[in-house]
Design a protein around this ligand. Structure first.
Ligand code: SF4
Length: 389
């Protein structure tokens, strides 16, 4: 006998569940209740209804390479373990030859996306950024270049003494294809002031997003959670993004990013739990009705939580990711290169009875899509350390 909706979610969430069934937009208060209910299973069940309505069992991934071209930064964000500091990571700045070497290192891997972000190094001239993008396109013709968060775009424009719109135009002429989502963390003046006051604020971040949308540049969106933000600020962030997407329609995907306190000025804060990780995936799926895709970034969420997230609203598992140096790992800032082979990515997805689809950066299917029997007990998934660079 099929269970009723009330039996599935309980009487407390029944009104929200009925809205989800009718496809109605959830309110700010609904979002707050979803963050605060102890019934995470019900929140996940509802998020999965929306996920399956949009994508069925399909789960997307991309073959990508990350390049973090410098860790020298003058913004000193308190949540960041990446930037060079005394007692922390040693400073580095990749010249074009070094970036090219790293790209050539993976030429045998048929990646479709290069994802480049870095610190705000005021010594880098405008031309460096244009040459960087051009060189990636020349070294890997046809690859999609997803690069520079909004804070980098503002710095690049400042270096070139041009408007943000002109900087975006010049970068697009050089080969830039889309903007990643970071740079704002949480759209809250309080959190901005407390944690990243030297970086651009929410309104400035939105202005970059609007300029990108006007030029036809696609963008991703994120939220860093698990530090000092409140439930109210999380919901407000989601509502503001939803309103911006109503206005621009240019966001491709939303990724909740799990805060890693290790190596930051907020080391005393506990790492987010699996409940928090899954809840952020599920609530964002439910609140962001105008975003097609919700991603569980396996490097931050871990492979096991990402497998669960594929039943809590996520339809994207990010990429095979060659090299990632943003998050402090295993007690060191040295070699943090991580990758999942494509077969490990596929196993990770199939083991939880989802259908893997390799996508390009704009969510066009490249391969996959065949339903197969779930892999039984595929064992541990280990991110492969790459050879030291
Ligand atoms: S988060 Fe970005 S802007 Fe902030 S300190 Fe780290 S590298 Fe710099």
């Amino acid at each position: 006998m099929a269970l009723s909706l009330e039996q599935m979610v309980g009487s407390d969430l029944l009104d929200i569940a009925e809205k989800v069934e009718r496809g109605e937009r959830l309110s700010y208060d609904d979002g707050l209740r979803l963050y605060r209910t102890p019934n995470l299973t019900a929140v996940g069940y509802l998020a999965n209804l929306v996920r399956e309505r949009k994508h069925g069992k399909k789960t997307y991934y991309v073959k990508n390479q990350h390049i973090n071209y410098t860790n020298i930064c003058n913004k000193f964000c308190k949540f960041c373990s990446f930037y060079a500091k005394k007692g922390g990571p040693a400073p580095y700045q990749m010249d074009l030859a070094e970036v090219k070497r790293r790209l050539e290192w993976h030429l045998d891997v048929p990646i479709t996306e290069v994802h480049m972000v870095g610190g705000i190094n005021p010594r880098l001239p405008y031309q460096y950024y244009l040459d960087l993008v051009k060189m990636v396109k020349e070294t890997r013709p046809g690859v999609h270049v997803k690069a520079f968060t909004a804070v980098e775009i503002v710095e690049i424009a400042r270096q070139g003494k041009v408007t943000v719109e002109q900087a975006l135009r010049d970068l697009m002429d050089a080969g830039l294809d889309s903007l990643p989502g970071g740079g704002i963390e949480v759209l809250s003046d309080r959190v901005h002031h407390e944690l990243f006051g030297k970086k651009l604020n929410g309104e400035e971040w939105k202005e970059v997003a609007r300029a990108a949308a006007k030029l036809g540049l696609k963008q991703y969106a994120t939220m860093l959670y698990g530090h000092i933000e409140t439930d109210e600020e999380r919901v407000d962030h989601l509502v503001q993004l939803r309103e911006l997407q109503d206005e621009t329609g240019h966001f491709l995907c939303f990724t909740p990013l799990s805060f890693h306190p290790e190596g930051t000025e907020l080391e005393d804060i506990e790492h987010p739990t699996a409940d928090t990780d899954l809840r952020n995936i599920a609530v964002s799926r439910l609140m962001l009705d105008n975003f097609d895709h919700i991603k569980s970034f396996w490097i931050m969420n871990t492979v096991p939580v990402t497998q669960m997230a594929l039943w809590y609203g996520a339809d994207d598992a990010d990429g095979t990711v060659q090299e990632y140096e943003i998050t402090y790992k295993d007690g060191e800032w040295g070699n943090k290169s991580q990758a999942l082979t494509e077969s490990a990515m596929i196993r990770m997805i199939e083991e939880v009875d989802r259908i893997p689809i390799e996508r390009d950066s704009l969510y066009h299917a490249i391969s996959g899509g065949e339903e197969r029997a779930p892999v039984a007990n595929a064992g541990r998934f280990t991110a492969l350390p790459l050879a030291p660079v």
